[in-house]
Design a protein around this ligand. Structure first.
Ligand SMILES: [Zn+2]
Length: 529
C-alpha cells in the first residue's frame, strides 16, 4: 500500500468529528502523501490545494477517524464468508435444511463447514446431535461451530474420521459430550475436544487463505475499518499478510495478535511487540484463559445459574497461566488475554500482577480480551494494574440469554462498559468477528442503546472513542492514528449521517460512504470527487 504514492486530498464542507479534545470539530482536512497536514476551515486548507489535488466536497457529511477493530479473526471471517452461515437459524430443522442444500452440491466425502448456531434460538430447545446431521448428510463429514466458537456439533462421519468413540476420553480442558445411557458421543464437542476434529480437517492452502483474507479485508474497509488487530491462527498467516501487502491487496493496517502456542518460536526469532511499521506490526501474545458464556465454559466463581453442576472451564491451571504470562511479559510482549468469567478474570489479574511485580514495566498496555463478567473489585484491580479492557459491545445484543446463565445479580455486571470507563479503565472496542458482525456501527449502537443493564449504556462520543483513539492506544499507536490531527496518518471514514445526532436506535443504519487509509480511498464511489 505505501509503495503507491497516494494523490493529495482535500476534504471541504464537512462535519468533522476529530476525537481531538483540543479541536473537537472542523470543516476541512488537507492530506499530503499519507498524512494529515491541516485540520480547520475551508479557508485554512486552501493553501494545500494545487493542480494535482483531489478535492472532495463533503456537502455537510460527517467524517470521523477511521474505525479500528481491536479484536478480529480475519482469516476465520474470510472463511466464514464461504461456509454455511447458521446465525439467526431458529430451529434444528432449519439447520438441517441448510445442510441438506449444501450436501447436495458437495462431492461425496468432502468436508462441510458451518458456523453461528445458537441452541438458545432453537424451537426444539436442545443441542443439535450427530443424528440430526446424519439424517441429511450421511456421507460428508460435517462440523458446525456454535456462534461463540467454543463448541461444535459434528456428524457420525466426522466422529469416525477423528476416531472418536464411546471409549475416547475427553482431553484436558475439553469435553466430548456422551449419551448418559449408551455412552455414545452425542456429536457435541467442547473447547479442547474440538481439536480432535480440527487436526484432521484439511488445512486451507496458502492460495485459499489469501483469497479468504482479501475477501474479509474488503468487507472490513466497507464497514469503515482502517486498522484491525488481527488474531492469527498460525504464523503462516503472517506470510499471507506480507504477501498481500507486497501484491497491493492489503487495504488496511494490521496489528498482529499471536496465539501463545507460538510464543517460543517468536522469542527465538527475536521479534516482539512493536516490530514492523505503520502498515503491519507485531502486536500481542494472545492467551485463552477460559471459554464462553454461551457454551457454559467461561470460568465463573459460582456455578452457572441455569446449570448448577458447572462453573465453566479454565484452560490452564493458575500456575501454568502465570508461567506463560511471565514468560511473554519478560520477552517484551504485550499480552492480550481472553477472560470471560469472573474466575478467569481473577486468575488473569493475579498472573499479570505477579508478572508486573517481578519484571516492572512502565508502559505495558496489557489487555484483557472480553472481560465480560466483572464486579467492582475486579474493575478496581484492572485499573490498579493499568490494563486495557478490550471489549466487543455487540455481545450485549447476541448474548440476550446472559441473565439466564448467571442470574440477575451477576447479570448486572456482564459487559459493564460504563462502570469500566467511570473506573478510569481504558476501554478499546472490537467485533470478535466472525463470532459477531464486523460492522463497528452495530457495536456502537449495542454499546449506546443497550436493552440489558441499560445503566451500563455509554454515550455515542464514548463509543466512538473506544473504536478510534482508545483502540489506537491499545496498539501503542495513539500518537499516529485514532484522531484527526495534523501529523497523524490520514485514516478516515465518511458517514452518511452524524452519529452524534441520530436516534440511538438508528446508529446501525448509518452508512459508510468512503474509507480512506493513508490518504488512499480504499472504499467508496458514492462521494463525488
Ligand atoms: Zn475472539
Amino acid at each position: 500500500m505505501p509503495m503507491m504514492r497516494p494523490t493529495d486530498l482535500v476534504l471541504i464542507n464537512g462535519n468533522i468529528i476529530t476525537m481531538n479534545p483540543k479541536q473537537p470539530y472542523a470543516q476541512a482536512i488537507a492530506i499530503k502523501y499519507d498524512k494529515i497536514v491541516e485540520v480547520g476551515t475551508n479557508n485554512e486548507v486552501k493553501p494545500w490545494i494545487n493542480k494535482n489535488t483531489k478535492i472532495v466536497d463533503l456537502k455537510g457529511r460527517t467524517v470521523t477517524p477511521g474505525f479500528i477493530d481491536a479484536h478480529v479473526h480475519i482469516s476465520g471471517f474470510g472463511r466464514s464468508l464461504t461456509t454455511i452461515d447458521l446465525r439467526g437459524v431458529n430451529s434444528i430443522k432449519e439447520m438441517q435444511q441448510k445442510l441438506e442444500e449444501q450436501a447436495q452440491k458437495t462431492p461425496r466425502g468432502k468436508w462441510i463447514f458451518g458456523h453461528g448456531w445458537d441452541q438458545e434460538r432453537f424451537k426444539e430447545k436442545r443441542y443439535p446431535t450427530k443424528q440430526d446431521l446424519d439424517k441429511v448428510s450421511p456421507n460428508n463429514p460435517v462440523t458446525f461451530r456454535r456462534v461463540c466458537g467454543h463448541m461444535c456439533v459434528v456428524n457420525s462421519k466426522a466422529l469416525e474420521l477423528a476416531d472418536i468413540t464411546k471409549e475416547t476420553k475427553s482431553p484436558l480442558g475439553g469435553e466430548i459430550d456422551k449419551n448418559p445411557v449408551t455412552r455414545e458421543p452425542t456429536g457435541i464437542l467442547r473447547e479442547n475436544a474440538m481439536d480432535l476434529i480440527q487436526k484432521i480437517v484439511p488445512e486451507p492452502d496458502e492460495k485459499q487463505l489469501m483469497e479468504a483474507c482479501v475477501l474479509a479485508c474488503q468487507k472490513a474497509v466497507e464497514a469503515g475499518l482502517t486498522s484491525v488487530h488481527w488474531i492469527i491462527d498460525s504464523p503462516t498467516e503472517i506470510r499471507v499478510i506480507q504477501k498481500l501487502r507486497a501484491q497491493n491487496k492489503l487495504p488496511l493496517r494490521v496489528y498482529i495478535l499471536i496465539p501463545v502456542e507460538f510464543l517460543d518460536f517468536f522469542i527465538q526469532s527475536g521479534l516482539h511487540t512493536g516490530f514492523g511499521d505503520d502498515t503491519v506490526r507485531i502486536g500481542c501474545i494472545k492467551i485463552l484463559a477460559d471459554g464462553s458464556l454461551g457454551a457454559r465454559t467461561a470460568a465463573l466463581k459460582e456455578p452457572y445459574s441455569d446449570h448448577p453442576e458447572t462453573k465453566g472451564i479454565m484452560l490452564y491451571t493458575p500456575e501454568e497461566l502465570k508461567r506463560l504470562v511471565i514468560k511473554a511479559h519478560r520477552a517484551d510482549f504485550q499480552l492480550a488475554i481472553h477472560a470471560i468469567g469472573d474466575r478467569a478474570v481473577e486468575f488473569v489479574l493475579n498472573a499479570l500482577e505477579e508478572a508486573l511485580s517481578r519484571v516492572p514495566r512502565e508502559d505495558h498496555r496489557h489487555r484483557i480480551e472480553h472481560a465480560s463478567v466483572l464486579n467492582e473489585k475486579a474493575i478496581r484491580h484492572i485499573k490498579r494494574l493499568n490494563l486495557i479492557a478490550s471489549v466487543q459491545p455487540h455481545f450485549v445484543v447476541s448474548d440476550f440469554w446472559a441473565a439466564d446463565r448467571v442470574g440477575p445479580e451477576r447479570a448486572r455486571w456482564v459487559y459493564p462498559f460504563k462502570a469500566l470507563i467511570k473506573g478510569g479503565v481504558t476501554v478499546a472496542g472490537g467485533s470478535d468477528c466472525p463470532v459477531e458482525p464486523i460492522n463497528p456501527l452495530l457495536g456502537i449502537q449495542a454499546a449506546v442503546a443497550r436493552k440489558t443493564s441499560p445503566e451500563e449504556g455509554i454515550t455515542v462520543d464514548e463509543a466512538l472513542r473506544i473504536y478510534t483513539i482508545n483502540a489506537a492506544y491499545a496498539s501503542f499507536e495513539g500518537g499516529i492514528k485514532g484522531s484527526i490531527e495534523a501529523g497523524k496518518l490520514a485514516d478516515l471514514v465518511v458517514l452518511s449521517e452524524n452519529p452524534l445526532a441520530v436516534e440511538p436506535e438508528r446508529l446501525k443504519d448509518i452508512e459508510v460512504e468512503m474509507t480512506v487509509v493513508g490518504g488512499r480511498v480504499v472504499f467508496g464511489e458514492r462521494v463525488s470527487v
